[in-house]
Ligand binder design. Structure first.
Ligand SMILES: Cc1cc2nc3c(=O)[nH]c(=O)nc-3n(C[C@H](O)[C@H](O)[C@H](O)COP(=O)(O)O)c2cc1C
Length: 183
């Protein structure tokens, strides 16, 4: 059974992106093992902390290494990705042994899908920039299909995200495509 690691790019308890991830998990069902990355312990990137490898960073690398695919659900912050998501990817981009750029990092070649819920641009700018960053660090990004959710008024006023049939269909298409992508 394939393993898909979900990364939610929001730290908010009631995060819409976490809700979107839960919906994707439901759609995937028994077709893959879904797990969520817990990155609370990962510190801000600091080259002084690179050696010896911190336990939290080793766990992060191990979890990503074990996954057949990574699906990122992220809000858009100021037409880009949140800083804590960039922080994770910065850690993943670094060689484990200092100066060893020959050994591939765990993000190298990793299959990645992108989705996000946000304002009326449906996180389009964030996903575009995230794709660029992931490609730079040699991840294998599934550029299409992606799911972008423009949150409706009810979500903003009541904190409840109810996906439309079209949004659900988009998520479902993306799940099918990603399951194929990681085969
Ligand atoms: C620092 C910051 C910047 C934001 N910038 C954007 C933005 O550029 N585009 C957008 O659609 N929403 C923006 N938002 C609003 C988020 O889309 C909204 O807070 C959303 O609910 C966050 O996702 P979450 O519910 O998963 O935490 C911003 C929010 C914050 C905190």
């Amino acid at each position: 059974m394939k393993i898909i690691l979900f990364i939610v790019g929001s730290l908010r308890k009631e995060s819409f992106n976490r809700q979107l991830a839960a919906e994707a998990e439901r759609i995937i069902g028994a077709r893959a093992i879904v797990s969520y990355l817990d990155y609370n312990e990962v510190p801000f990137i600091n080259q002084d902390l690179e050696q010896p490898e911190l336990e939290a960073v080793a766990r992060l690398r191990q979890t990503v290494a074990e996954a057949d695919g990574v699906w990122i659900f992220t809000p858009e912050y100021n037409i880009s990705y949140p800083g804590h998501l960039k922080n994770l990817l910065d850690w993943l981009s670094r060689p484990v042994v200092p100066g060893d750029y020959a050994t591939p990092t765990v993000i190298n070649g990793k299959k990645v899908a992108l989705a996000g819920a946000g304002g009326k641009m449906a996180t389009g700018k964030c996903r575009e920039k995230l794709g660029e960053l992931l490609t730079f660090i040699k991840a294998d990004v599934m550029t299409e299909p992606q799911t972008g959710v423009a949150l409706n008024a009810e979500a903003w006023t009541e904190g409840r995200m109810i996906l439309t049939d079209d949004q659900l269909a988009s998520l479902s298409r993306q799940a099918d495509a990603f399951l194929d992508y990681i085969q």
